[in-house]
Structures are given as structure tokens and as C-alpha cells.
Design a protein around this ligand. Sequence first.
Ligand code: ZN
Length: 421
Amino acid sequence: MRGSSMTDIGEFNEKLVLQTIRSAPEGIGQSDVVRRSHLSRQAVSLITRRLLGDGLIEQAGRRISGPGKPHTLLRVVADARLAIGVHLDPAHITVVVCDLAARPVARATLEPPTEDPQADIARIADAIGALTRSLGARPSEPVEDPAERHERSEAQEALPAGRRLLGIGIAAPAGLDAEAGILRDPPWMPGWRDVPVVDALSAATGLPAMLDKDTNAALTGEIWSRHLDASQTVLYLYVGHGVGSAISANGRVHRGGSTQAGEVGHLPIGRAGEICSCGRAGCLSLYTDAHVLVGRARSLGVPLPAGDDMTAALTALSQAAEDGSDAARGVIADHGIALGAAVRLLAGIHDPRRIIIGGPTWPALSSVGTARVREALADWLIEDRAVLENSRLGDDGGAIGAASLFLDQELAPGTPGPSPF
Ligand SMILES: [Zn+2]
């Protein structure tokens, strides 16, 4: 699909070799690539020559280990390929350009989505154009015809700058059709109903694009940026306007039949009392949605800025807790207890080796909340049965994850995903 004449198995092997080299950022000898990839010495030799020719890898000095001749180390040229990540979040839109190691090399934060998706997409395309220009990659003119668009992006990829743009990954809240590239009815984004975001952004930028849920993107970003051991089952909790989960096994994120896996908002966490919009009591989202926290804090007299800006309100809540407000600490702790109950249920279902909590609002809540989740998971965290950690990707985790979706689709061996073409 990229003008390659390789057979499927050849392409798989090439991606496998690239992944093996990628997972050793400090450099790896060819014999170790053979051992870890289980490919023949001849195949690895052929493929590394091709990857060197493509500028995807480089020689990184020699290592002398024991008797015998020193061997040459190979490592990935991280900025040989770039991917763009767009995170559509109710609180803001983030655009990043990431290198092959999923490290952001340029970024921008834009105003939140409005009720005019067309104007929003134009703003995103402008930001992508500005960021890629700043990196020396020529942005394409908008094109309407898909065939011509494909030609243009091929042309862009042939730029001699040494930095090739692969395409755009878009991460958005649930209520989407990843296959068709359409946002159906994301919560808290009232203007975005049935928006063909993949086609629209692709037309506006001349680049291929793909769409996935923010939760799946965030977990893909963790796997990709940290080279997480593929044999580990990883459970990810995404804390944003709402709470969602994602699960990966064998290095692949499980998406379910319609990309709705991990919609845990109505998971019953065993509390009686308030009745949820779904008609039942004790749903997770009654205790963890951002607007619930903010409402509860306000009702307890914690001074928060007025208005719908959840980021500003949660930042103020977090600051109040840090300044010693018992009410603020109590509200955040209760969120942590509810989240912990849900994580315990999910751990029982998935038996993860690693549990990661992240998402846009978690940084504001984690200093109080992490201990509560840890208490709830006490049984799971003994004797290295599983580890619990906070995402280190920070506020840009969703956007870095979105870029990782595209890197993963293009460069990971055998990872099925929604095709952008
Ligand atoms: Zn419910």
C-alpha cells in the first residue's frame, strides 16, 4: 500500500526486525536480532541492509563482548519517520508530532471542540500545517479527490528532508465508528454528531488518517513509547471527563466488535444510593465523572472557578487539596476509592501484570487518589503479582497515543487495525 513490492511475509519480517531493533534504543547487535526475532541469519542480514538503505536504522558503533570479533550495533533513526497525533478531548484539542520512539518533537494545544466541527477540523489542519512546517516537512495543499490525495502524500513522503510524515492518528471519546472513521455521538461534544473526521482531516491535510478511542490510543502510546513486554497483559484506566478502560495482551489492544470495549462507566461498584441515568444504582460514573467531582466539591464549599471549564476546576480542586482543604482531599479520595473498586473488578476479569492509570484529569487527582486505588488493589499487588503505576506521558498522553496508533499500524508487525485507506 506504500508502493512496496514486498510480500506479506516479507513485510511482516521487516517489521519484526524493525521492532526488535526499536525495542533496544541503546543499540543491538545483529546476532541478538536473529536470536530475538527467531528469523534466519540470512533474512535478518538482508532486512537490516534494506532498513539501513531506507534510513530507518543506522550503525551505532561497535561492542566488544568476550572473544571473537566486535559486532556492529544497530539502532533506529528515531526521526526518520514522524506521525501526527490529534487528541479530541472535551476539555481541549492537542496536536503532537511524534518520532518513531513516540516522543513528541512538536506540539500545540488548541481550544476545545465547538459545535462547529468543520471549523474545528480547519483549526486542527492549520495547526498540523504549522507544526510540520516548523520541522521542515512540506505540508500538502488540501485536495478533494482521494486518488490525488494519495499521490500527494506519496510525493510528500519522497521528500529528501529525511523526515517523512506517515500520517495522522486521531483519538476521541467513545461513540465512534473506527472502521468508517466517523465520530457518532461522543459525550460532552454536542456538535460532533456523525462527523466523518478521518475523511475531513485527510482532505484538509493531504495525509492519511485513522481514528480510535482515546482509551485505546493512550494504552497504545504506553506500549509503543516504553516498549512494554508484549507477553504482559496490561490494564489501562483512562481518567478524563469520564472513566474508560483498555486492555492489551500479546502487545495488542483489544477493541471488541465495535470498538466499544472498556466502556466501564456503568460498571456497578457496589454502592447503594443515587440512581444512574441507566436506571440502576452504584454505577462507576456516578462517582468518577469530572463534573460529579466538581459539583460535589462546590456543594462542600471548596472555592472553584465558575463555568464549565473542567480542567480549570479540577486544577483548583487539586490545589485546594494541596493547600490542606479537608473537603477537597475528601472529594478526590472518594474518587480514588470508587476508581479502586472498579480497577479491582477489572483486575479480576483480566488478570493483568501491569495496571496503568492515566488520562487528562489524572495528574490533578493522582497525588491523593493513587493511594486509595493501591489500597483497593492490595490483594493484587502482593508478591509482584501485578504492578500499579501512573502514566508518565502526562497531559499529552492522548495525543502521543494517537500518533502511536499510526506508528503501530504502519510499523508494528501483524497488528490489525482500522485501515486508513
Ligand atoms: Zn449507570
